[in-house]
Design a binder for this molecule. Structure first.
Ligand code: C2E
Ligand code: MG
Ligand code: MG
Length: 709
């Protein structure tokens, strides 16, 4: 998984953890809220149910109180003896004996009053066994009730009434016989009253389970209240008692458990929150690490390509200017890796990274884009020239790693941000400049120029044309004679590729490297081999030399392909020499050796071409079993430039001769050169002096001329 994907994955995970935690908390809080609501509701309902019961009990208590006095009154008023006494002259005495005296300590009433038939005269009025004045004690309400009760048809009138002492229950009924026959005369009225004393309230309270029952003149909001009304319906007091609130009582009893449950839930939720938060934090850190990783190179700690592009975007939006990008590619890094191993190579990368990062105060960032390719972002006024010199100066001194002294160089490609170009375009331009710098040789610095783009365009077009030319067979073979140094006779021919276009001839020095770069060299190589062999069948006595690119030799199928062409065209492998330059021996010696060995086994010979212009050693000649060495034209032309050249040539040739490797000298243009080389020990000569590269037709003509001579 790439760092980018990993960071996205971690972000998704964080969001899902946060969402899960939040969901969990919300659900837990909703459940807690519901439970709290249920508890409160139950508490309140239990209180309300009990309050309703208590109110009903209070009303029942009043009703029982009323019923008791009402019954007592009826029992005494509807009584034949009382009726007879009421109309007798001893009515007052009778009343005192039966009711007034009793009132002193009678539980059912506190006082008894008899009003005469005229409805205003008081026949007898006793309270607690003593005479009293009813209108003073009860007020004018008393006669209103007794007058209303004087009608014998009526049931006893029972009403609460205000008294001097407080509130009393007053019951009045006409005194009448048990049975009536005919119409009764005007009747006296008997009234009993019972005061609403605290004893009475206590009794009611005990009978009806109404603890704390008492009278108040005003309602008490914190208590339960039942109004007491008089005959006219006016409220004259309130029965008041405290609510038992059983729900609250139970609630108080369970409060410690509820509190414990709430505390546990709170702790649990805090725990969940903390675990969720720590998990989210951990994932956030992971995401940050992944993000860092996505933008940085793990070996050097510098930005990577992705990080560099992001930074360039940021700098672009912040308007940092002037901005230049330098791409730095190490020269000779592969050799360090090969020679000292990857651990040393890694150390070297780290040293170079540190050096580049601080090489100039105007360098705002450094990045590592590939194995040995770095980028520096420069924002400031220092010139491109100064910056390039500063960067190259970092490689002037060798690096010291574990006691080793390691020398590497660098090539630089620079590009300035010009107008609104995108970071990718800036990178492309610097890359193009670097490509050119490397093509120019080691330690070069090139700044991007639009001309590079045009050249790239031309190269791309040329590539297309070359592809076309190879497939259509437009690449032709010419042949240059290889002449015996002793007899001067042509003993062989070197095939050389020619590309003639409508606009002129293109040199193999241009199209061979181009074919190598764009992957066309294998096709071109096979084409040249086939064409040369086809022509060479016309010259059965001559050897044929064909040039092979190092890249072809590195292709594991190369040997098999050559052998198959030889078989197909029925060409004797012993007549064929393949010329290779030494480059391949340095870059991929193992594969080169495998190909060479395989081809040598079928009789094909190998010549080391261009000896003396590169790094090839005499050792390589031996190691790879070359059959011939070809001295480079530059060494031959050096013969004309100074005396030294002849000595170098002689020494080189005698080394090869000592190894019993025959030597061909190329590029011989005059007879002086030919004489020196012949004398130095070359057995084969090649050059314009002996014959220029010619078409197959011209070669045939030349051979005929030679044989005729
Ligand atoms: P090379 O293999 O060293 O070939 C010799 C080059 O020297 C040829 O150049 C030839 O024309 C030139 N030459 C020979 N005698 C003289 C002389 O007396 N004076 C001067 N000034 N030049 C002389 P050419 O044909 O331009 O080829 C250049 C190089 O291109 C060849 O160097 C070879 O490396 C490469 N090449 C040519 N054809 C092929 C091919 O078919 N395949 C591959 N892989 N490389 C080829
Ligand atoms: Mg050659
Ligand atoms: Mg050569």
């Amino acid at each position: 998984m790439s760092s980018n994907l990993a960071s996205r994955h971690v972000r998704t995970q964080t969001s899902s953890i946060v969402a899960t935690t939040v969901c969990f908390l919300v659900v837990a809080l909703i459940l807690t809220g519901l439970m709290a609501h249920v508890v409160v509701k139950m508490t309140r309902s239990a209180n309300e149910i009990d309050d309703a019961r208590a109110t009903r009990a209070a009303r029942a208590a009043i009703s029982a109180f009323v019923a008791r006095l009402s019954g007592t009154t009826t029992d005494n008023a509807i009584w034949d003896d009382a009726y007879s006494a009421a109309s007798s002259p001893t009515a007052a005495d009778w009343a005192f004996e039966n009711w007034g005296k009793t009132s002193e300590d009678y539980a059912l009433y506190d006082g008894a009053v008899v009003i005469g038939p005229d409805r205003s005269s008081i026949v007898s009025a006793y309270a607690k066994g003593k005479p009293f004045e009813p209108s003073a004690f009860f007020g004018e309400g008393f006669f209103r009730q007794t007058n209303a009760a004087a009608d014998p048809e009526r049931a006893p009138l029972v009403n609460f009434i205000k008294t001097e002492n407080g509130i009393a229950l007053l019951a009045s009924q006409a005194i009448q016989p048990f049975e009536t026959a005919g119409e009764l005369p005007k009747l006296s009225t008997l009234s009993f009253y019972k005061e609403f004393t605290s004893e009475v309230l206590d009794t009611l309270s005990d009978e009806h389970e109404l603890e704390g029952l008492h009278l108040e003149t005003k309602p008490r909001p914190e208590f339960l209240n039942t109004p007491i009304t008089d005959m006219k319906g006016a409220v004259i007091g309130y029965l008041v008692w405290p609510s038992k609130a059983p729900g609250s009582t139970v609630f108080h009893q369970v409060t410690p458990y509820v509190a414990a449950a709430v505390a546990i839930l709170a702790l649990f939720l805090i725990g969940v929150l903390m675990v969720g938060a720590s998990e989210a934090r951990r994932l956030r850190q992971l995401a940050q690490a992944a993000l860092f990783e996505a933008g940085h190179d793990s070996l050097s700690g510098l930005l990577n390509r992705h990080g560099l592009l992001s930074l360039l975007e940021e700098l672009e939006s912040s308007g940092a200017s002037p901005l230049r990008l330098y791409l730095v590619d190490l020269d000779g890094f592969k050799a360090v890796n090969d020679a000292w191993g990857h651990a040393v190579g890694d150390d070297l990368i780290r040293l170079v990274s540190n050096a580049l990062l601080v090489c100039h105060p105007e360098v705002v960032a450094a990045a590592r884009l590939g194995g040995d390719e770095f980028a520096l972002v420069h924002v400031g006024d220092a010139t491109c020239d100064d910056m390039e010199k500063t960067i190259l100066a970092q490689f002037a001194e060798p690096f010291k790693i574990g006691g080793r002294t390691i020398e590497v160089g660098a090539s630089i490609g620079a590009a300035a941000r010009d107008g609104d170009i995108e970071p990718l375009e800036l990178l492309r331009r610097a890359d193009m400049a670097l490509y050119r710098a490397k093509a120019n040789g080691r330690g070069q610095a090139i700044e991007y120029d639009p001309e590079l783009d045009q050249e790239r365009q031309r190269v791309a077009e040329l590539e297309g044309q070359l592809k076309q030319a190879i497939s259509s067979g437009a690449i032709e073979a010419v042949f240059q004679p290889l002449v015996s140094a002793t007899t001067g006779a042509v003993t062989g021919l070197e095939a050389l590729a020619r590309w003639r276009t409508s606009t002129g001839n293109i040199s193999p020095e241009i199209f061979i490297p181009l074919a190598e770069r764009c992957g066309l060299i294998d096709a071109l190589g096979v084409h040249m081999l086939r064409t040369s062999i086809e022509h060479a069948t016309n010259w059965p006595d001559l050897a044929l030399s064909v040039n092979v690119s190092p890249i072809q030799l590195c292709n594991p199928e190369f040997a098999a392909e050559v052998i198959s062409v030889l078989q197909e065209l029925d060409f004797n492998p012993k007549r064929l020499t393949l010329e290779i330059t030494e480059g391949v021996l340095m870059t991929n010696p193992d594969q080169a050796r495998r190909s060479i060995d395989q081809l040598k086994r079928v009789g094909i010979k190998f010549a080391l071409d261009d000896f003396g212009c590169g790094y090839a050693s005499i050792g390589a000649l031996r190691q790879f079993g070359f059959d011939r060495m070809k001295i480079d034209r530059s060494l031959v032309s050096a013969l004309d430039e100074g005396a030294n050249g002849a000595d170098v040539l002689r020494a080189t040739i005698s080394l090869a001769t000592a190894l019993q490797i025959p030597v061909t000298a190329e590029g011989i243009e005059n007879s002086r050169q030919a004489a020196i080389l012949r004398e130095a020990g070359c057995d084969q000569l090649q050059g314009y002096l002996m014959g220029r590269p010619m078409s197959a037709h011209d070669i045939s003509g030349r051979l005929q001329e030679d044989s005729a001579a």
